[in-house]
Design a protein around this ligand. Structure first.
Ligand SMILES: Cc1cc2nc3c(=O)[nH]c(=O)nc-3n(C[C@H](O)[C@H](O)[C@H](O)COP(=O)(O)OP(=O)(O)OC[C@H]3O[C@@H](n4cnc5c(N)ncnc54)[C@H](O)[C@@H]3O)c2cc1C
Ligand SMILES: NC(=O)c1ccc[n+]([C@@H]2O[C@H](COP(=O)([O-])OP(=O)(O)OC[C@H]3O[C@@H](n4cnc5c(N)ncnc54)[C@H](OP(=O)(O)O)[C@@H]3O)[C@@H](O)[C@H]2O)c1
Ligand code: SF4
Ligand code: SF4
Length: 500
């Protein structure tokens, strides 16, 4: 029985390198890699060895005959990927297609006369941890890992939703490097506050910044800052217990909450705010959030997408999971005929096609949400134009194909994306909220590098940061070998890193 990859896949490609028959695609060197929602097992070539399941850091791979009810569609999802591809594995000859192994290459090993590098990695989220892993496993570098928080994990700890425990497990994979003899861990140390970028550069051969994108993008619309309107960055940090966010930052006394945006973060927020709190009780959810959910008045969360269901920003595995759960009703607001047409004309496996089984109705926004059961309403083709209210938000005005509508709501969550912030001592590109760089080399600051969301902008799952890190660490090592790193000034007195 073949194996299948399922919902939590984060595209880190750990399974690819262990598969003896090369039947997991797209691989990092194939053009599709990075543009698909996940990776897929070719059921015709899989020899059922289980190596991929052992290697997967987020428990995403199972034998097809052991898939739970909710994950059963993934047998078909995996197979469907290959139905549309030119054969890439030995389909004609289903015998194991063992590789002709090429001699091993050690492209990360520096010349033997090269002194060990001292590298500082700033940020202990996925990008920083992939950099640490690459440097410790493939070079003899000594690494100082710095994070402003007292816990490692970045958004895996403080972003990934508490009802995604398998995804959070990747922290164990990262944590195995914390006690490595060549790693110094400096937590509770904020670069730009406790130590400057210049000081770090002076004490290391190179510095890799993996500081993520922690701020919220603005909609730029009038009324955005009214009380009752909050950024998803706050909501997410609140339910994950981030130390920067107060326990009372989110108030769930409104019956209807509008979430602006149609990405995976919007889906996370809608799911958590409508969840049965008892299903979250044994998760990593913050105790204050669980207590609020237990007394929550929320009946309805409206997800506002400015595009249609075929172009929504969320990924198919996340929507499929939301559509499959049966504790909260998921419906589509059929306010314009284009929405129904897009859903009906879509194939079963298309993004809009996943909405086929859902109830559709034209929602009356002047009426309160129904009382029988909590629900999530997907409303497409609706761009917000203003937040309405005097002392508190009371509605969002949206514009659609033909008209403007007011959607009454006691709370609004703006899930329109994250944004990087400037770090003193490094250049910053305001438009994109990133540190300008070429293959990870910070423009104009030799010896400084970036990885992850501060390098590419705030998109892509955990595993996307792995290939991104490969590029950056590759550039750093190239510069080291070429003698292009600034000379380290080791005579400076030792820095006291860490403040708490
Ligand atoms: C709400 C949410 C849910 C997500 N869920 C999933 C999911 O289920 N599956 C998935 O595959 N992907 C998910 N992602 C995407 C994934 O989290 C990101 O791809 C990834 O975390 C980006 O990694 P990063 O290391 O660039 O940034 P981060 O994870 O943000 O890490 C940055 C680190 O830098 C530290 N830092 C920042 N500034 C400084 C400073 N000045 N000095 C020292 N340290 C500093 C921060 O404390 C943090 O630890 C989610 C993203 C969000 C926002
Ligand atoms: N696998 C997971 O479970 C998971 C969970 C959370 C996050 N992530 C990943 O983390 C990354 C960030 O996710 P994200 O949801 O923050 O960002 P995102 O995927 O970029 O989605 C942002 C959403 O906001 C909308 N938007 C932007 N500006 C708007 C405006 N002015 N008015 C109305 N809508 C606006 C966008 O619409 P348009 O599409 O029309 O621009 C889009 O729907 C993504 O790569 C995501 O996949 C993964
Ligand atoms: S079970 Fe074995 S053969 Fe099948 S995909 Fe996984 S590693 Fe490859
Ligand atoms: S998370 Fe990584 S190892 Fe697991 S299935 Fe996805 S790509 Fe493979």
């Amino acid at each position: 029985m073949p194996f299948a990859i399922t919902q939590t896949c984060c595209n880190d490609a750990s399974c690819v390198s262990v598969c003896p028959v090369n039947c997991i695609h797209p691989t990092p060197d194939e053009p599709d890699f990075g543009s698909t929602d996940m990776l897929y097992v070719d059921p015709q070539a899989c020899i059922d060895c289980g190596a991929c399941a052992d290697a997967c850091p987020v428990d995403a791979i199972f034998p097809v005959d052991q898939l739970s009810e909710a994950l059963r569609p993934y047998a078909e999802v995996n197979a469907a990927y290959y139905a549309e591809q030119e054969p890439v594995t030995a389909k004609a000859d289903p015998k194991p297609n063992f590789h002709e192994w090429a001699p091993p290459t050690f492209d990360r090993v520096l010349p033997s006369d090269f002194a060990a590098l001292d590298v500082a990695v700033v940020g202990a989220g996925p990008a920083g941890m992939y950099a640490v892993e690459d440097l410790l496993l493939h070079t003899s570098s000594r690494v100082t890992l710095v994070d402003r928080l007292r816990d490692t994990g970045g958004l895996v700890r403080y972003g990934v939703a508490p009802d995604h425990p398998s995804t959070k497990k990747i922290q164990h994979t990262f944590a195995r490097f914390h006690n490595h003899p060549r790693l110094r861990l400096r937590l509770g140390c904020e670069v730009g506050v406790d130590v400057s970028a210049e000081e770090l550069s002076a004490r290391h051969d190179a510095v890799i910044y993996a500081v993520g994108a922690s701020a919220a993008r603005s909609t730029g619309l009038p009324g955005e800052e009214l009380p009752g309107s909050l950024a998803a960055t706050t909501a997410v940090a609140w339910y994950n217990g981030h130390p920067d966010v107060r326990a009372d930052a989110v108030d769930l006394s409104a019956e209807r909450i509008v979430v602006i945006g149609n990405g995976n973060v919007a889906l996370d927020v809608a799911r958590i705010l409508t969840a049965d709190p008892e299903t979250l009780a044994d998760t990593t959810i913050a105790p204050h959030a669980l207590a609020q959910l237990r007394s929550s008045k929320v009946r309805e969360v409206v997800l506002l997408g400015r595009r249609g269901p075929e172009d929504a920003a969320y990924t198919m595995p996340e929507l499929r999971a939301l559509a499959q759960q049966d504790t909260v009703e998921l419906i589509v607001d059929e306010h314009d005929s284009e929405v129904a047409r897009a859903i009906e004309q879509a194939g079963e496996a298309d993004k809009a096609g996943l909405l086929k089984g859902l109830r559709r109705e034209t929602v009356d926004w002047s009426a309160p949400p129904p009382y029988e059961r909590r629900r999530i309403v997907l409303r497409f083709h609706s761009a917000p134009v203003a937040f309405l209210g005097d002392t508190q938000v009371r509605a969002v005005r949206v514009t659609g194909a033909d008209e403007e509508t007011e959607i009454a709501a006691g709370r609004v969550v703006r899930a329109v994306g994250y944004r990087g912030t400037a770090l003193p001592g490094l250049p910053f590109e305001e438009d994109r909220g990133i540190v300008p760089n070429a293959q990870g080399r910070v423009e104009g600051v030799p010896g400084s590098y970036v990885v992850g969301w501060i390098k590419r902008g705030p998109s892509g799952g955990i595993g996307t940061n792995r290939a991104c890190t490969n590029e950056t660490v590759g550039a750093l090592l190239e510069d080291a070998v070429a003698g292009a790193l600034p000379k380290t000034r080791r005579w400076l007195p030792k820095l006291r890193l860490g403040r708490r």
